[in-house]
Write a protein that binds this ligand. Structure first.
Ligand SMILES: [Cu+2]
Length: 308
């Protein structure tokens, strides 16, 4: 009975406080926040990338035309001078950002990027507790909780079929497609032959080195149940220091991503390029650059993202 009286009294007091003024807010909720914009830039070495441009890439270097360049970033956090990590609350814009996931898009559907979308997106927008930050942390990929969705029903930016494999494997966390601009060895006797119509529209039609990163070895589940897990989640965790959101940009360097890969070569009986297949040796260099474990090789520091 005593406690009932106390409860009533407490409720009464709270009502009075609430009624007094809108400015009375419990301290716990009053933590100040500040807006933050994290800018990204896609480059080949020192050059910003552009759709349809041709670059000398890979090892040995070959001429490659860019036909797609998009990726999902999630679990973004800033790090202060003491090493404390605070998550960035992403603006929920119903377009580029949903929950903890953001899409970055460096293709504009022009020229060779016919498979893409006209809009570009080079930033992540959100809020963090007020403070001074010197580092950045994020995941290249879609979190497991959002990865096994149906693009027909999922909210934007998780509704793009071009960035999705299937319900069980989930999304292509990163999609960078390259088309060889050198005469391909098997095309040598038809060097003038124009590319077949429809090439680049579907995976089967791509002649070149598409890079599609995503989870593999996802087991269990059914068409109505999520997989129990994926033996190769392939989510790359990135931590960068010396970052001031006001001054710096996060660069993804395509030259670094493919620096160990012979791009005009394809292991027989595997998909073109690297589509994350654990048996595809064409992924060895790509996964190493991403810092992901692959074919028995342990994870190593990633080399594709840097601060500028
Ligand atoms: Cu686009």
């Amino acid at each position: 009975m005593n406690s009932k009286i106390q409860t009533t009294a407490t409720v009464g007091l709270l009502s009075i406080l609430a009624g007094l003024s809108g400015s009375i807010v419990p301290t716990a909720v009053a933590a100040e926040t500040q807006p933050v914009t994290l800018r990204f830039l896609a480059k080949v070495g020192k050059q910003p990338v552009s759709c349809g441009a041709t670059y000398r890439l890979g090892k040995p270097a070959t001429h490659q035309t860019l036909t797609d360049f998009r990726f999902y970033i999630s679990e973004v956090a800033l790090i202060d001078a003491r090493g404390k990590t605070v998550p960035v609350a992403l603006e929920q814009d119903s377009k580029w950002q949903y929950q903890t996931v953001a899409l970055l898009d460096f293709e504009n559907k022009t020229g060779a990027c016919a498979n893409g979308t006209p809009e570009l997106r080079d930033r992540i927008i959100g809020t963090v507790p007020t403070g001074t930050y010197t580092g950045l942390k994020f995941t290249l990929g879609v979190p497991a909780s959002l990865n096994h969705a149906d693009t027909a029903l999922a909210p934007s930016p998780l509704n793009l079929t071009s960035l999705w494999w299937n319900w069980q494997s989930g999304y292509k966390f990163l999609r960078i497609d390259l088309k060889s601009a050198d005469p391909m060895p098997m095309m040598k006797h038809h060097p003038q032959k124009p590319e077949a119509k429809g090439a680049g529209q579907g995976e089967a039609g791509i002649a070149g080195f598409p890079i599609h990163l995503g989870s593999t070895g996802c087991h269990g589940g059914s068409t109505s149940e999520k997989p129990m897990g994926c033996s190769n989640p392939n989510r790359a965790s990135v931590r960068l220091t010396g970052f001031n959101p006001e001054k710096n940009v996060v660069v993804l360097d395509l030259a670094e991503l493919v620096s160990k890969s012979p791009l005009n070569h394809n292991q027989p009986k595997t998909s073109p390029g690297c589509m994350s297949d654990p048996a595809d040796r064409d992924c060895i260099g790509i996964m190493a650059s991403l810092g992901l474990p692959f074919m028995g090789k342990p994870a190593s520091p990633q080399t594709i993202f840097r601060i500028e």
